[in-house]
Design a protein around this ligand. Structure first.
Ligand code: ATP
Ligand code: MG
Length: 171
């Protein structure tokens, strides 16, 4: 079965949770799932839930922490590049049917990853491997290559009212 390249991008809420919902479906259909999370360190609720299913799931956070502050850029770049090597292994090793690279679009847009290297990897992944890239600001090259692109459009977000990420809803 052909594996497609999906991209969930845009400024509105729902990109990561859409990918996790797809992981839930895939796992229950017997797919082997890998989730790599750029720029993230913690383990949010949905990951803990997915891990409790007892299915074939690997989760690796690639983050250095605190990326949004913009400080220590070199360390963040290095963490993302190390993550990319893990993502590469996951995409090429044949052990996974679905590979989710959460916030990969952001790592690309911030210049943490080499665009040509990422595009090459996506192109050379085995035929049957489905891949989902999430994160705001998907670069045009990724949009061009993808088979499916969904843009979460922000109509309103309480972030504008100063509401930070809440456990149970955003984490
Ligand atoms: P979810 O994980 O709930 O599916 P998402 O993956 O679509 O959401 P991200 O783009 O990854 O959301 O946003 C991560 C966090 O950034 C949000 O939980 C929110 O707290 C914060 N955020 C939301 N809007 C903005 C904004 N305009 N600028 C900066 N940060 C924002
Ligand atoms: Mg997200």
């Amino acid at each position: 079965m052909k594996g497609y390249l999906q991209v969930y991008t845009g400024d509105g809420k729902g990109k990561t949770t859409a990918a996790m919902g797809t992981a839930l479906r895939a796992l229950m259909a017997g797919w082997r799932v890998y989730i790599g999370q750029f720029l993230k360190n913690g383990t949010s609720g949905e990951i803990l839930a997915l891990q409790q299913l007892g299915k074939t799931l690997t989760v690796e956070p690639y983050g250095h922490g605190g990326e949004l502050t913009g400080r220590e850029k070199e360390a963040y770049c290095q963490a993302a590049r190390d993550g990319f090597q893990k993502a590469k292994e996951a995409l090429l090793c044949g052990k996974y049917d679905l590979v989710i690279l959460d916030e990969c679009n952001v790592a690309l847009a911030l210049g943490y990853l080499d665009v040509a290297e990422v595009l090459d990897l996506l192109r050379m992944r085995p035929e049957g491997v489905e891949c989902i890239l999430t994160g705001r600001g998907a670069i045009p090259e990724v949009v061009e290559m993808a088979d499916l692109v969904t843009e979460m459009k922000e109509i309103k977000h309480y972030f504008a009212q100063g509401v930070m990420a809440r456990k149970g809803i955003e984490e």
